[in-house]
Design a protein around this ligand. Sequence first.
Ligand code: C5P
Length: 395
Amino acid sequence: MLEGRRIVLGVAGGIAAYKAVEVCRRLVDGGAHVVPVLTRGARRFVGETTFSALASERARTSLFDDPDPIPHTRLGQSADLVLVAPATARVIGTYAAGISNDLLTATLLATEAPVVVCPAMHAEMWRHPAVQDNIATLRRRGVHVVEPEEGRLAGGDVGQGRLAEPATIVAAVESVLARGRDMAGLHVLVTAGGTREPIDPVRFIGNRSSGKQGHALAAEAAARGAKVTLVTTAALPVPPGADVVRVETAAEMDEAVRAVAPAADVIVMAAAVADFRPAAAATTKIKKDKGVPEIVLEPTVDILAGLGRTKRPDQTLVGFAAETEQLRQNAASKLVAKGADLIVANDVTAPGAGFEHDTNHVVILNADGTEREVPLADKRAVARAVFDAVLDGRS
Ligand code: C5P
């Protein structure tokens, strides 16, 4: 997996920098071409000669003391993966804020390759909300984070903050490289967000879906090389590389989905589509002094069930099931009723999961009777697991 892959190994200034030497050696032993980039802080802990001797190229340390006038763009563009081990709170914060103030942060901003970040710091710093927010931001952008481990820290303290073991880091690098652009050639259609069904020009029937899981799915598929169309109701940023169609109601979503579905290889219905809508929306604002209105509801079209009926054998259809009770039973009956290949079920009452959260806890049920559980993880990691299951089913 590592053979011939170009890896930029970023080393920041922490006592764990000595472990980066072992990471470097293991990557080179595995056949990778490793280019070390050391921050000024890193050089206070480990000499660049050590890295230059072990790596495939000499260690780089500066944006300016290099014969190449643009070392950061060259390093960023040519990398198959950028690994930062150890990543200090400073490098994590600078990267999350989009600031480039040395060769490593400039390279991180200049690369489109996958990035693996391995934090190491004192437990208090790791727990600090600023650091945790920055980590959440990076995760949302698709950066892979190898969590620090519990144990002895510098100065004899104990807690979570130790750099992960070199074997764990190398295994994470291998698994990210294995995924690579494994969705190239596939057209993926994703829906996201809750629909809004108008009662009158100012009021609507809506739901708690934020669209975050759907947007994370679109971003993940695009990062893995798929052509992505995202039909969304959410005012969230457009995931890099995805084509976006903005809609509001179930009927608009149905129309947008049916326009793209025949060309799609994979369809993921992550949107929370309303099941009912007002039979007639008032054309002017309903006045309070006219008394409490009676709003008559009618069913909306079930987009997923429609796709299930017309599905081609080479198409993979994924539905979502947001449940508050009997998760597996309800999701399993939805799998059959809607003609889907996979159902991603989540208990929206579980802590940290479901609507509006950045994290989710799901069970992916397969029409072949198998299932896989994804424990509480950020929505991008859930997206990763969903597409791993999709690809398993197509192989
Ligand atoms: O039936 P229920 O709403 O629980 O099913 C959820 C799944 O069905 C989701 O994948 C959702 O996107 C899809 N759905 C749909 N059209 C509807 C209602 C739900 O496509 N009108």
